[in-house]
Ligand binder design. Structure first.
Ligand code: UDP
Length: 182
């Protein structure tokens, strides 16, 4: 799917309310999967994997399964905010250093006033705090959960808890909150 079809597909997913994990795969994510069977299983079990980067687009063509175009995670995040702006979607920002998710949330509110930010939390919590984080996200009932904790952590974390989180679009976004917050 190109970017437009990806946004349209995820809009349907949100309207139906089904939990979906979206992985924005870059070369590091793909190579981690090739080295680590449990990471590869996580990639195979994700409901949607999009090609985030020219390397993935090239590799897909090289193995004879070409993709339509690059769908970068940062751009997809903005496209989803645009789609949600007119629909009043609720968004939860989880990740990055203390204060960064709040600053990113301020930017989202300014750029997309129709988006409701229903939660913000930094990404430096311990495994013992997972339960409290899951409870907070589930109670906030967002349409979109953006998780910015680095690819080694965020995508397996979403995979582990996606059924319990139950959010229609759960997507790892790497350093996007840092970029967005400036
Ligand atoms: N991060 C986090 N918790 C962690 C490790 C990283 O919230 O335990 C955040 C970090 O502050 C940054 C984002 O995750 O905002 C992406 O981190 P990094 O660039 O190291 O990961 P990459 O995207 O390169 O995998």
């Amino acid at each position: 799917m190109n970017m437009r079809d990806t946004v349209s597909y995820l809009t349907d997913v949100i309207e139906r309310g089904e939990p979906n994990q979206v992985v924005t795969a870059n070369p590091i994510i793909l190579m981690t999967g090739l080295d680590n069977p449990s990471y590869m299983k996580m990639l195979r079990d994700a409901e949607l994997v999009v090609p985030d980067g020219a390397g993935l687009v090239w590799a897909a063509g090289y193995v004879g399964e070409p993709v339509a175009e690059r769908v970068a995670g940062y751009d997809l995040m903005h496209e989803l905010m645009k789609a949600g702006n007119s629909r009043g979607w609720k968004v939860y920002l989880l990740g990055a250093a203390p204060g960064i998710a709040d600053a990113a949330a301020d930017k989202i509110r300014a750029m997309y006033p129709g988006i409701q930010i229903v939660g913000c939390r930094d990404g430096f919590f311990k495994d013992e705090e997972d339960e409290a984080v899951i409870a907070h996200v589930a109670a906030a009932a967002p349409h979109i959960l953006l998780v910015a904790r680095g690819a080694n952590n965020q995508d397996p974390w979403i995979a582990k808890y996606k059924k319990r989180l139950g959010v229609p679009v759960m997507m790892g976004v790497g350093g996007s909150f840092d970029v967005l917050s400036g």
